[in-house]
Design a protein around this ligand. Sequence first.
Ligand code: NZQ
Ligand code: ZN
Length: 393
Amino acid sequence: MNDFVFYSPTKFVFGRDAEVNCGSLVKEFGGNRVLIHYGGGSVVRSGLLDRVKKSLDDSSVTWFELGGVHPNPLDDLVYTGIELCRKNNIDFILAVGGGSTIDSSKAIAAGVPYDGDFWDFYCGKAAPQQALPVGTVLTIAAAGSEGSGDSVITKKDTMAKRGASGECLRPKFSVMNPALTQTLPPYQTACGITDIMAHVFERYFTKTPDVETTDRLCEAVLLAMINEAPKVIADPNDYEARANIMWAGMVAHNNIVGSGRDQDWNSHGIEHELSALYDCAHGAGLAVIMPAWMTYVMPHGVMRFAQAAVRIWGCEMDFAHPERTAAAGIKAFRKFLASIGMPINFEQLGAKVEDIPKLVESFGIGDGKTGGFVSLGRDDIAAIYKIAAEATL
Ligand code: NZQ
Ligand code: ZN
C-alpha cells in the first residue's frame, strides 16, 4: 500500500427532509450572505428551492440567487457568479443541484478571492489555495462532488472540459436527502449509477500491490450498485434503493476507496472529450468508454481483470485461460449497463466515428503519455475510441 493522507472534513446531513437544516448549517460554517446557485429549473419545479430559501430566512441568512447552470457547466456563468459575489460581499456559496451546479459553485468560490482568471485553476496554470466556503444540497447521486475537492468546467469558446482540484474546494457540508432524487428520469438515474461505478473502477484498476482492504471496499460499492440499480430503475420512488445509491455516490469519490493506491483516470479524461463535444451526460459517455478502455488495457493486467470478473460479476475462474475470465467480466459490465438503459457504442450515444481524430487532438497530451494503471499515448486513446465506436453486446 502507498503512503497517503486522507482528510475529508465535509459534514454530511443525510435523510428525509434534511434540507430544512440549510440555514443553520450555513450559519454553523460562518455564512451570512449566501449565493444560492442552481441549474436549469428542476429545483424550482420540485419546490426544493423555496424550501431552501425558507430555511435560510428562518436563520436570518441573507441570500442572492443565480440559476441556469448547464449540465457540463460552462465558464461564462462562473464569471457572472464571481462578479455577483464580489459586488454583494457574498461570503458563502450554497449549491442546490447536481454535480454540474456543485462544480460551478466551487469554481465561483475559488474565483472570488483570486486575483487572476479562475480558468488558471482548470488549465493547470495555478492551484486553488483559498475559496469561499461551499455547502451543497444534492439532488442527484452521480458525480460525488458533494464530498470531493474536484470541479470540472467547460470553456465555452474552445469547448475544453478540464478539472481543478484542491482541499479548499471540498464542501463544508452536504445535505443528502434521497427523496430529492425521486424526480430524476430513469436515464439520468442510470447515468449517475454508471458514474459512481466508474469512480470506483478508476481506483480499482491499480498496479499497487497489497491493497486488499480498499479492493474489498471497491467491490462492496460495486456489488451494492449492481443490486440496487435494477430496483430504482423499476421503481423510481424506492427510497431505500435511492438512499443506498446516494451514499455510494459519496463513498465512491471522496477517495476512501482509493486511499493508498495508484489510480488510473484515463476513462474519465477520454469521456470528458465526448461530453464536451456532444454535450452528452457524463455517465452515458462513461458507459461507452469504460468497457472499451477495459478491453484495450486488459492484456496489461489480466489477473486484476479476472479478479474483478470473479468477485464482482460472479464469473467462473478459468485458471488455464484467465484472459477469458477477464473478458467475461468486461462483457458482464457492458450487459449490465445496457440493462439499465445506458448506451454502449458511439451510435447509441450520438457520437461519430469520423470525429475520433478531433477527440484525440482535444484530449491534448501531444506526444506524452497518461494513466495510472496503463500509461497511454495518443494512438492508444484513438484505439479506445474506435473500440467504443464499434462495441456490441
Ligand atoms: O439543471 P437541472 O434542471 O437541475 O436538471 C439536472 C440536469 O439536467 C437534472 N437533475 C438533477 N437533479 C434532478 C434533476 N432532474 C430531476 N430531478 C432531480 N432531482 O439532471 C441533469 C444532470 O445534472 P448534473 O448536475 O449535470 O449531473 P451530474 O451530477 O451527473 O454532474 C455531471 C457533471 O459533473 C462532472 C461531470 O463531468 C459533469 O460535468 N463531474 C464532476 C466530478 C467532481 N466534481 O468530482 C467528478 C465526476 O467524475 C464528473 O466528471
Ligand atoms: Zn465521473
